[in-house]
Design a protein. Structure first.
Length: 532
């Protein structure tokens, strides 16, 4: 898996040096250290500018200041590829060894280092593949678990969908009468199957059924990933080199709709004949450090365009925008694909209680460390009585994910399914008994809605927009996820109390069907082009 060249590179270091320093204790530096240790090299220490890291260690390798590291260095490997930082480090090294023999300095670009190959090597015990998951569940005897409950869930789900069927058709017909022929451009610069993409595309499809001509604007750099996950063949995709390039085609549309903060400013000078909208899916200033450049840009995005029509999903999101900026949003309501996510009979349940969760290491607000830590404790409490699966993170493909999983014991019983397609997510959720979302907050909580539709007894955070659809003790457990102990206790309660588990599951299957996507799509169009 790792090339002969990189093997030769580290073997040469191993044979020629006893004091090797890696400059940079970040993701790349730690991965380099892992590879070096794999080949038997001795890494004496990390050097790093971050003084808060001094005295800490990674796999027994201490993190020190650059000057302490340079004292006896024979080889210095610079793991940071940013040119300006690299030049700064080289300058410090040159000054330090001004009148003495300088150690060998190796820049990252000089290393025959294929990050993806290294990730695959070290992540091979960190991922339990989706095919293994399906094989394991299909090996379970059909009589395991309580199939009468499963059949009941399927029946209840079918009835719930029948009850809203006429409403959905009626909204489509009303939409056609009011907005057929309307041209809408949605700016959606994404390359993966995140919640925002799923919601927007699902609702855009319903607009198309209403006779609306919907196009998606994306970046050329995202084309491959977007086309891999974009299942809506009836949506036109337009690609540009930069976000602002959508202006070149804006005159063809009746409305231009942003979906994230950085695109809003480009709508300022659009023609007055063009409606401008902003689909607010979160309170995006929270994504950044307080008062940072991005924080302020995200904050101003709600008010920078005077005639912007802001729409959002939940009361929480409405309140956050209103309280922090004074801007008013139209609440179009939570939505989820009630056709894709439902209890399924084709995959058998395990004879154990199956718990699942989504892990997104790159999103601190989703509490990935807390989630995995809590699940580890629950695993220790119940042992073989339960099985725990997580998805949304692939350490063999992404450096951030690799570093995250490397903090946890390789002996963990939690099985990581990696990054799944929406169809596979539906199968995993319908094969689970409990779904856990321990995020700090959720602006809406799409995966929780999908889990509830699929028959999971679901735990969601009290902070955020989940309370628009999740009713505590009725169709979910709504908890304070800032308290670790409450998180553990909530999961344990659902494992121990089958009656509560089944009650929440049954009610959720019925209740969440009321949040079908036609309703949100209709409300979106009505906010921009009022039907009455």
């Amino acid at each position: 898996m790792i090339s002969v060249k990189i093997a030769g590179f580290f073997n040469e270091i191993k044979n020629s040096s006893k004091y090797t320093v890696i400059y940079g204790a970040g993701h790349d530096g730690r991965l380099l250290a892992d590879v070096a240790l794999h080949f038997g090299c001795h890494i004496a220490c990390f050097a790093d500018k971050g003084t808060y890291l001094y005295g800490l260690s990674y796999k027994g390798i201490k993190i020190v200041s650059i000057y302490e590291a340079l004292l006896n260095a024979e080889v210095i490997i610079i793991s940071i590829a940013i040119k300006a930082v690299e030049e700064e480090i080289v300058s410090v090294i040159d000054d330090y060894y001004l009148n003495t023999t300088k150690p060998k300095v190796i820049k990252k670009c000089d290393i025959p280092f294929e990050t993806i190959d290294c990730l695959k090597l070290f992540a091979e015990n960190r991922i339990y593949t989706y095919s293994d998951f399906i094989k394991n569940l299909n090996m379970c005897n059909a009589s395991t678990g309580d199939n009468s409950i499963k059949k009941s869930h399927i029946h209840e789900g079918n009835l719930a969908r029948q009850r809203v069927s006429n409403e959905r058709k009626e909204l489509i017909e009303i939409g056609r009468r009011h907005w057929k022929g309307t041209n809408v451009l949605i700016i959606l610069p994404v390359d993966n199957l995140g919640g925002g993409m799923k919601v927007v595309i699902n609702e855009a499809q319903k607009m198309v059924e209403m006779g609306v001509n919907v196009s998606i604007y994306n970046l050329e750099s995202n084309r491959t990933g977007f086309e891999q996950y974009n299942w809506a063949s009836d949506l036109v995709a337009i690609y540009g080199e930069k976000i602002s390039d959508f202006i070149d085609v804006a005159y063809n549309f009746d409305v231009i709709c942003s979906t994230f903060y950085a695109s809003v400013k480009h709508c300022i000078n659009l023609s007055k004949k063009t409606k401008i909208a902003y689909y607010v899916q979160d309170f995006e200033p929270y994504f950044f450090d307080y008062n940072s450049y991005n924080y302020l840009e995200a904050l101003h995005s709600y008010t920078i365009v005077g005639n912007n029509i802001l729409v959002t999903k939940t009361k929480w999101n409405y309140n956050m925008v209103k309280e922090n900026t004074g801007a008013e949003c139209v609440i179009i309501g939570p939505s989820v694909d009630i056709d894709e996510y439902r209890p399924q009979q084709k995959v058998y349940k395990s004879n154990k209680i199956v718990i699942c969760a989504m892990i997104r290491p790159e999103s601190p607000r989703r509490s990935p460390y807390l989630t995995l830590d809590v699940l580890e404790q629950v695993s220790e409490i119940y042992g073989d009585k339960i099985e725990i699966f997580v998805f949304g993170s692939d350490p063999s493909q992404r450096l951030f994910d690799y570093t995250f999983w490397n903090l946890f014991s390789p002996k963990t019983k939690i099985k990581n399914l990696g990054i799944l397609s929406r169809e596979d997510v539906a199968t995993v959720l319908s094969s689970s008994d409990i779904f856990v979302d321990l995020s700090e907050y959720q602006a809406m909580g799409l995966t929780a809605m999908e889990a509830m539709l699929s028959g999971c007894a679901t735990i969601v955070p009290k902070n955020g927009g989940c309370t628009d659809f999740a009713k505590n003790e009725k169709n979910a457990l709504v908890i304070n996820t800032n308290c670790r102990q409450l998180c553990v206790e909530a999961i344990c309660r659902l494992v121990d109390d089958r009656k509560t588990r089944d009650l929440l599951s049954k009610n959720a299957i019925i209740d969440i069907c009321k949040f079908y996507p036609e309703k949100a799509a209709f409300n979106f169009l009505d906010a921009i082009f009022p039907a009455t």
